[in-house]
Design a protein around this ligand. Structure first.
Ligand code: ATP
Ligand code: MG
Length: 379
């Protein structure tokens, strides 16, 4: 059994004052202590996309779309079979059948890789809803929301991939995988064009894992043509297989976050109720506008999510009111209240939905999943 990996970051990086006027917030605190600094300057000031909108790649012809199934060579007809996935060869040879999944906890992450084999298909395949979880402010529950919402989708029967685009690797760690021991990661995908299927590890949901060297990815990608589209291109391989791709982003608006926003069609913005930063949200909106104009006209804010809500304090209630006054319908109806279980679960390498399935904390994210799914149906 693989040991749960404790969170590595010190408390200092996460703690926020319980109360305090919004106006007093220090803009420089948008990066939590210990966060990996972005190699790219703030987007709204200096970021220049390398690829003009006119150079956007033509979509792949329908017949070449990929559909992956790792559990069986043939995919159910209803889902438009077009590809199959087999378990990649293990780092060490095993006696297992190559197309059968091994008990997940017996394998090192690098041995969970799946390989997508593209095959001809005449039926159209689905395309995953790609959701980026973004806020350049640190410690607002981006990772917690990415994982727990993803697991809530999976509980409802959807196929979900999480992408850990944060060099801190907190999402990867939250599923009991040590980013220090990961051999192949999103670094290889973004910088060396490795197929993303090779770095997907199966846990509660599938995860495209981060490793510590992802911190160097922004610099390594900086000279690459189409550097903002590396993730978008990588996801094409598997987007026919998954219903949802949930991308966790670092607390910055650097090239990694730009990649997430370029690959996504929706953005969920977690906002910590006790520590609101309107200025930060405006900056995020400006970045998104730049992405819409230059890279991805389809991306839109799915919702702003009030997190870590302490309903006992007047300050928290006021914070939500301010959020609703400024962003109206964009604010989700769902509320994620404060609960100690959110801090406990990652230490056990589990989502809150697995760690304490019957808890209110787990239900907050089930409610959010319902709201997102209902929005999907109405659009
Ligand atoms: N609803 C909640 N109640 C209490 N604690 C929470 C809640 N949501 C998240 N936390 C805790 O707050 C801390 C920060 O959460 P998280 O790591 O998800 O934020 P983040 O935005 O991803 O941070 P970073 O910007 O550093 O990536 C973690 O210790 C997490 O367990
Ligand atoms: Mg995080």
């Amino acid at each position: 059994m693989e040991e749960a990996v404790p969170e590595r970051r010190d408390d200092e990086g996460w703690e926020r004052p319980a109360t305090g006027p919004v106006a007093e917030e220090d803009p420089s605190s948008s990066q939590a202590a210990g966060d990996v600094p972005s190699s790219t300057p703030p987007v709204d000031e200096a970021y220049e996309p390398s690829t003009p909108a006119a150079e956007v790649e033509a979509p792949e012809p329908p017949g070449e779309a990929i559909h992956a199934s790792r559990s069986a060579p043939e995919v159910e007809a209803s889902e438009g079979p077009s590809a199959r996935v087999v378990v990649a060869e293990a780092a060490e040879p095993t006696a297992e059948e190559p197309e059968r999944f091994m008990p997940r906890d017996l394998l090192a992450p690098s041995r969970h890789a799946v390989v997508v084999e593209q095959v001809e298909s005449e039926t159209p395949v689905k395309h995953a809803d790609v959701i980026a979880f973004a806020n350049q402010k640190g410690g607002v529950a981006k990772t917690t929301t990415t994982l727990n919402l993803a697991v809530a989708f999976a509980e409802s029967g959807y196929k979900v991939l999480c992408v850990d685009l944060d060099p801190q690797g907190n999402l990867t760690m939250s599923q009991g995988i040590d980013p220090d021991k990961v051999e192949k990661s999103l670094y290889d995908v973004l910088v060396n064009d490795m197929p993303i299927s090779e770095i997907i590890v199966e846990r509660e949901i599938d995860i495209a894992v981060a490793s510590i060297d992802l911190a160097g990815a922004e610099i390594a990608m900086s000279t690459k043509i189409g550097r903002e589209r590396s993730l978008e291109k990588a996801l094409k391989e598997v987007s026919g297989y998954y219903d949802f791709v949930c991308i966790d982003t670092p607390p910055s608006l650097g090239l990694l976050t730009i990649n997430a926003l370029t690959a996504a069609n929706k953005v969920i913005v977690p906002v910590q109720c006790e520590y609101l930063s309107m200025r930060g949200l405006v900056q995020l909106q400006n970045t998104l506008k730049m992405i819409q104009e230059n890279l991805n006209p389809d991306v839109k804010i799915e919702g702003i999510l009030p997190t870590m809500l302490d309903t006992r304090t007047v300050h928290a209630k006021e914070a939500v009111e301010i959020l609703e006054e400024n962003f109206g319908d964009q604010v989700f109806k769902s509320r994620i209240r404060k609960a100690i279980k959110f801090a406990e679960a990652p230490v056990k390498g589990a989502s809150v939905l697995k760690y304490d399935s019957g808890s209110s904390a787990a239900n907050y994210y089930r409610e959010l999943a319902k709201e997102v799914l209902a929005n999907n149906e109405s659009t």
